[in-house]
Design a protein around this ligand. Structure first.
Ligand code: URP
Ligand code: ZN
Ligand code: ZN
Length: 465
């Protein structure tokens, strides 16, 4: 069994910061020992990685990605191969992507289709959630089967009528089922029916630019739907996880429910923390690069989201990585913002943007690891295999250089998309070496991984309950 020692670094997890060497045996972490101790000195190794002056952190867990997703009349443009390679570059070693139940089809068919896309192509490990686009007696029953098979979370939508939309009765039924089988319902919470009315009215007034996407998808309609799904989950006696929270009014609903002691959880994404409606208003259709749902909000919302992350009213930062090229995809919506495919790229830069948040004083170093690694692993039944550095955990380890300087750009990123949402942004920090189950995938800033190394990870139940 191959042995690797990572020595001289500061090991940072969600709970601790220790100056320790780490012994990796095969694909697992075997031991930690303080620098210079007899125990650390006694370790023989095939490979030694010098982490002096660096952080040794768990590989990132991005619990919300959409690779090769058919959406908005096109297909998100990262494949599992290109998307997981980009993830590896940025220090993310596990993604949880969304398989989609075909309309009129079964959950199993959707899962099989996503396995065909992903199996044998990923650079890092991956699991699946299931998007339920057709809630009926049969698909409700299949939730039990999927939960037992390691797909333990189900995304439903109050948005996108005619596509993924479920009505309140369907949502309640799915939550009731999750309440009995231990699954977790994830909600895209925006009032899609009301939004469609506002879209129609805006277009009729000649409001056709990307910025109107943000205007019609009102913060109040995110808050209303968030309130509704929380109360439906309360009636069902089941937990709920609200995805891509962007409005402070929606966060206030989560905070209130958590103060009441309800098992209510929330995620936000880097785009809502670092970007705003100013980006959506960029001229010459450039705003289309920032069209996603929930939409970007005015800058004032950012402080509330950072606060929610510090107070644990939001537990997770995922990317909602759903890239569409500016040329050939986003431009489907020139002259009609409602035809711009919804989604933004981000899987490569989540760990770095959140490290920048540490540098900027928004969150502590340990909270960085919590929201980016440990909490998503616990939320989706992967902990402590993923999300921490402890004996027995998978050796998904990043040697992170907290002093490195980088400038984010489409010219240098590795995602298969022709623009960066953060073009020109300066970041302090960079993943230098990345191990996935003990195997180097990035070494001293160069990709050394392999499509097919990444393995499917069946997940357990949510560990927050
Ligand atoms: O705009 C987004 N978020 N696109 C991906 C699909 C979704 O709703 O998560
Ligand atoms: Zn969504
Ligand atoms: Zn999404």
């Amino acid at each position: 069994m191959s042995r690797t020692v990572i020595h001289g670094g500061l090991v940072v997890t969600a709970s601790d910061e220790v100056h320790a060497d780490v012994l990796v045996e095969g694909g697992r972490i075997a031991a930690l020992a303080a620098h210079g101790t007899d125990a650390a000195a006694s370790w023989n190794a095939d490979r030694r990685i010098d982490a002096t002056g660096k952080y040794v952190i768990p590989g990132g867990v991005d619990a919300h990605t959409h690779m090769e997703m058919p959406f908005g009349g096109t297909m998100s443009c990262d494949t599992f191969e290109t998307g997981t390679r980009a993830a590896a570059w940025g220090g993310t070693t596990t993604i949880v992507d969304f398989a989609i139940q075909p309309k009129g089809g079964s959950l199993r068919e959707g899962l099989d289709t996503w396995h065909e896309k992903a199996d044998g192509r990923c650079s890092v490990d991956y699991g699946f959630h299931m998007i339920m686009s057709d809630v009926n007696e049969s698909s409700l029953k299949q939730m039990d089967e999927l939960t037992a098979a390691g797909v333990t979370s189900f995304k439903l939508f109050t948005a996108y009528p005619g596509v993924f939309y479920s009505d309140d009765g369907q949502i309640l039924r799915a939550m009731q089922r999750a309440g009995t089988n231990g699954g977790l319902v994830m909600m895209h919470a925006e009032n899609g029916i009301a939004i469609d009315v506002l879209v129609e009215q805006a277009l009729a007034r000649g409001e056709r630019d990307p910025r109107h996407h943000g205007e019609v998808r009102r913060a109040l309609l995110e808050a209303e739907a968030t309130h509704r799904v929380i109360r439906l989950s309360q009636v069902a006696g089941a937990p709920v996880y609200v995805v891509h929270v962007s409005a402070q009014e929606a966060l206030a609903e989560l905070t209130r429910a958590r103060d009441e002691g309800l098992p209510v959880f929330g995620e936000t994404c880097p785009q809502y923390l670092f970007l705003s409606t100013d980006n959506l208003a960029e001229p010459d259709f450039e705003g289309a690069k920032y069209v996603c749902s929930t939409p970007l909000r005015p800058k004032e919302h950012q402080a509330a989201l950072w606060r929610g992350l510090r107070t644990d009213d939001l537990q997770v930062v995922s990317t909602d990585h759903c890239p569409f090229c500016f040329k050939g995809q986003k431009d489907m919506g020139v002259g009609d913002f409602s035809k711009i495919p919804n989604g933004m790229p981000g899987v490569e830069h989540r760990m770095d943007l959140l490290h920048q948040a540490v540098v900027d004083g928004h969150v502590s170093r340990r909270r960085w690891i919590d929201i980016a690694c440990a909490a998503p692993a616990r939320m989706f039944g992967l902990y402590p295999r993923k999300g921490t550095i402890a004996p027995g955990s998978d050796a998904d380890i990043v040697v992170y250089d907290p002093q490195a300087q980088q400038v984010l750009s489409a010219g240098t990123h590795h995602m298969n998309v022709d623009y960066s949402a953060y073009e020109g942004k300066r970041i302090t920090g960079r993943a230098e070496t990345v191990l996935s189950r003990g195997v180097p995938v990035v070494e001293s800033g160069a990709y050394v991984g392999r499509a097919g190394h990444g393995a499917y990870v069946p997940r357990g139940l949510c560990q927050y309950l």
